[in-house]
Design a protein around this ligand. Structure first.
Ligand code: FUB
Length: 307
């Protein structure tokens, strides 16, 4: 195809609603996936929390065929799926993964444990995969003070990695069954934070993705946080700090996810975008993500950031 036709095609394919909330319902902590049957976006449900804390007990699912129009598929999971969870355990930023015909759902439950559920379809029904936490602060060495925000990358060789944690990022290899830890939990090391900015440090929202053989580790620097990233040649790191993907928003948390599909990359985040919104009533939005030729991620500047 001629270059101008390529540019035209890319422009036409851009999400029509870039930077707009994907739903009129409050939601946060995007976990987007391209599965066989379409796009699936799991999220923390901010519409059913108290409005003063992230104390919802359910996770929400949104689906799309074109990345532009998202249908609300309802509460796909409740903490009660995990029989060991306290009934009021808060349901925070989840992730999902597909392997060998099964869909796995990784979920921080109550701030001190991570559960894993499994289903035959992305919309569930999900059931507890192991009848116990996958990670438990009280049980597992080096689980960290707050084992939350799990995210899973399945590498090209089939090895799955889960990153998680607050203030100190953690990484652990998963077993081929996707529901066991295959090795001790390790700290994920990021080097080269700019000394001139003491706020540049790991906070939460760890996210691993791989592009052209390079591993990218993105995360929020804190509360409030920027989304920044570091890269490494191996999944376990150490990772070298590279720069900012998304600047501070006028909201206490910042939480991103990156989805690569059909040669394109999308950046998912949440902000205060709906009337009545705020720190605990967030809205997920999507922007295109682009790279320079040397693999540097270009900073995302949302067209519509909260004022
Ligand atoms: O939704 C509750 C918490 O807020 C998440 O676990 C964090 O990543 C932050 O977005």
């Amino acid at each position: 195809m001629r270059p101008f036709l390529l540019v035209l095609a890319a422009l036409l394919a851009s999400p029509a609603l870039a930077g707009e909330p994907i739903s009129p319902r409050f939601n946060g902590d995007p976990s987007p996936h391209a599965f066989k049957s379409g796009y699936y976006l799991y999220a923390t449900d901010d519409a059913s929390n108290s409005g003063t804390y992230w104390d919802s007990t359910t996770w929400r699912l949104y689906t799309s065929k074109d990345m532009k129009r998202w249908a609300d598929a309802g509460a796909v999971l409740d903490v009660s799926v995990f029989g060991w969870a306290r009934p009021d355990a808060k349901a925070w930023a989840p992730d999902a993964a597909y392997r060998d015909g099964k869909y796995y759902f990784y979920a921080p439950v109550g701030g001190d444990k991570i559960g894993v559920a499994v289903a035959d379809r992305p919309e569930g029904p999900f059931k507890d995969a192991i009848g116990a936490p996958l990670v438990d602060k009280a049980r597992d060495a080096n689980a960290g003070d707050e084992p939350i925000d799990p995210q899973v990358l399945i590498d090209d060789d089939g090895q799955a990695y889960m990153v998680f944690g607050t203030r100190v990022p953690k990484i652990v290899k998963l077993g081929p069954d996707m529901v066991s830890l295959a090795a001790p939990i390790q700290n994920l090391v990021v080097t080269g934070f700019p000394a001139a900015d003491p706020k540049k440090k790991y906070g939460e929202a760890p996210f691993l993705h791989k592009r052209k053989g390079l591993y990218y580790f993105s995360f929020s620097t804190g509360w409030p946080g920027q989304i920044v990233y570091a890269t490494a040649k191996t999944p376990m790191g150490p990772y070298a700090y590279r720069g900012v993907i998304l600047d501070y928003l006028k909201i206490s948390t910042n939480h991103q996810a990156i989805l690569q599909d059909k040669g394109r990359t999308w950046f998912f985040y949440h902000d205060n975008l709906l009337a009545g919104g705020g720190d605990h009533r967030r809205s997920i939005a999507i922007e295109p993500l682009t790279y320079s030729t040397d693999g540097t991620i270009e900073e995302v500047r949302p067209k519509r950031a909260a004022k």
